[in-house]
Design a protein around this ligand. Structure first.
Ligand SMILES: Cc1cc2nc3c(=O)[nH]c(=O)nc-3n(C[C@H](O)[C@H](O)[C@H](O)COP(=O)(O)OP(=O)(O)OC[C@H]3O[C@@H](n4cnc5c(N)ncnc54)[C@H](O)[C@@H]3O)c2cc1C
Length: 460
């Protein structure tokens, strides 16, 4: 068996070592590096990948990127502005534009995640303060007091075990994180799977809008990701990945009948090509454990269902919060201050992301329930604040949980009222819908809104 030998120790001492140059790790490197902070950025591979994740940036993500001075990274690779969301249910549809700011409408962006990530990485690596390392991080190094002082990794080219020393290690190694078990008490669960297809040259019922289709047995969504490509993501309930023959049958029986006529031929062509990509959808509330010298960022810390496209809104928000705390450090030698900054980041981020997380999983729960999805459609159709406040939450622009809970309760009441208007024989249905709604919102509110949930119990 290949025996790993630590061949050399990097002579340099870094301020920060970042494990994972994905959306979170590469962006925080691009944000911090211009300040001269010495960073080691390690990833298993720096080549462009084709993935079905992170292809729609909600306006909240675009706004945060702009506040960090990095919005130019969205230019030059055929990303498409997205101006709002359309809901399609049976023969009815509603299109709600995003909210307005001083200069016009807020907008999101549909894009190829791999292309965008390469631009973020290039921006980070363009700074002399960033050292690029290609290899697999294999472990954290701790001193005798349990302080993390760096990492071990296997260099991709030489296959040798190496060491990096850093004052702070940011672990942003994504949803299969190897490091989160040391730094959190997180429990992840698979809510469902998304199967991704690309429809080429397909016109959308509402051009440059995100679309949510509610009529089928499970929800599906689509949005433009380039000037001639639309990403279609179809939800498969359950915790086992669907196999190809089942996917084809499911698409024919449970999706095709609900695809608008104008999109049918593009959909059928994509199905016939069988170029499916399947990804698990997770929910994982953040339960970090404070460990001196290390901090979790991105999907390694916190995940929500991707139906609302909220992941990168949360990731960029975390990058901005952690980045701002780290930028306010006079230097990285004061361990106690560094620890305080990490603690403040965990607290601040919890408040900032509660709405994004609750909205994602509550909406998924609602859209997977026949009575509740009717109720939400009827509620939003009323227009005014019944449409504009919910879309401001979906967009990641409104982070006030009271507004979210107000609308959630109002949707349920609207559903109960409509059912009872049809006749008192609907009382059992209305009661079932009410209790389904409680089952959806209660655990989310407990995880995301309670202060006691900021930190998990210490492992030490
Ligand atoms: C199906 C699906 C669709 C989604 N769609 C959207 C969307 O439309 N909009 C949205 O906002 N969000 C979406 N999300 C969520 C979003 O993609 C994630 O929140 C985001 O990509 C998380 O970024 P990250 O940097 O934490 O992880 P990643 O982007 O996965 O990056 C992790 C990086 O760590 C590296 N790495 C891992 N282990 C190691 C190791 N041991 N050593 C070195 N490197 C390592 C990997 O190579 C990778 O580059 C979606 C998620 C899913 C599952």
């Amino acid at each position: 068996m290949f025996k790993q030998v630590v061949s050399k120790q990097m002579n340099e001492n870094f301020d920060i070592c970042i494990i994972g140059a994905g959306m979170a790790g590469a962006t925080i490197a691009a944000y911090l590096a211009p300040k001269g902070i010495k960073i080691a950025l390690i990833d298993r591979g720096f080549s462009e990948k084709s993935r079905i994740v992170g292809e729609l940036l909600q306006p909240g993500a675009v706004e945060t990127l702009t506040q960090m001075g990095l919005e130019h990274l969205l230019d030059g690779f055929d990303g498409q502005d997205v101006y709002g969301y359309a809901l399609l249910h049976e023969n009815d549809q509603i299109a709600i534009p995003y909210n307005k700011n001083e200069t016009g409408l807020f907008h999101g962006v549909g894009l190829h995640n791999g292309r965008f990530l390469q631009k973020i990485r290039a921006s980070a690596l363009g700074n002399t303060s960033v050292t690029k390392l290609e290899g697999k991080a294999t472990g954290l190094i701790e001193d005798k007091n349990g302080v993390v002082t760096g990492i071990k990794y296997t260099d991709k080219t030489t296959g040798k075990a190496e060491i990096i020393n850093a004052k702070l290690t940011i672990t942003s190694d994504g949803f299969f994180s190897h490091f989160r078990k040391k730094l959190s008490n997180n429990k992840k669960s698979v809510t469902s799977f998304f199967v991704g297809l690309i429809l080429t040259d397909c016109p959308l019922p509402h051009s440059n809008f995100g679309h949510v289709f509610l009529s089928g047995p499970t929800p599906f969504i689509c949005y433009p990701i380039s000037s001639n490509e639309v990403r279609l993501l179809i939800d498969f309930a359950g915790d086992k990945a669907p196999k190809k023959p089942f996917i084809i049958e499911y698409l024919k029986n449970n999706v095709e009948p609900y695809i608008p006529e104008s999109m049918q031929s593009y959909f059928n062509h994509a199905v016939s090509e069988q170029n499916f990509k399947v990804m698990p959808n997770h929910y994982m509330a953040a339960k970090p454990v404070l460990k001196p010298g290390a901090v979790l960022l991105g999907d390694a810390l916190n995940m929500r269902h991707p139906i609302t496209g909220g992941g990168i809104t949360a990731v960029f928000s975390d990058v901005q919060i952690l980045g701002s705390h780290l930028m306010s450090m006079p230097d990285f030698n004061n361990h106690d201050l560094l620890q305080k900054k990490v603690q403040m980041y965990y607290k601040d981020r919890k408040h900032a992301n509660a709405n994004v997380n609750i909205m994602a999983n509550a909406l998924y729960g609602v859209m997977s329930n026949d009575l509740l999805k009717n109720a939400v459609f009827q509620y939003i159709k009323q227009g005014g604040n019944c449409a504009f406040e919910p879309i401001s939450i979906l967009a990641g622009l409104n982070r006030n949980p009271k507004i979210l809970i107000k609308h959630f309760v109002a949707v349920v009441l609207c559903g109960v009222k409509n059912l009872l208007k049809e006749g008192l024989t609907n009382i059992p249905k209305a009661s079932r819908m009410f209790w389904d709604a409680v089952k959806i919102i209660k655990p989310l509110a407990k995880n995301e809104l309670t202060i006691s949930g900021v930190f998990g119990p210490s492992r030490h």
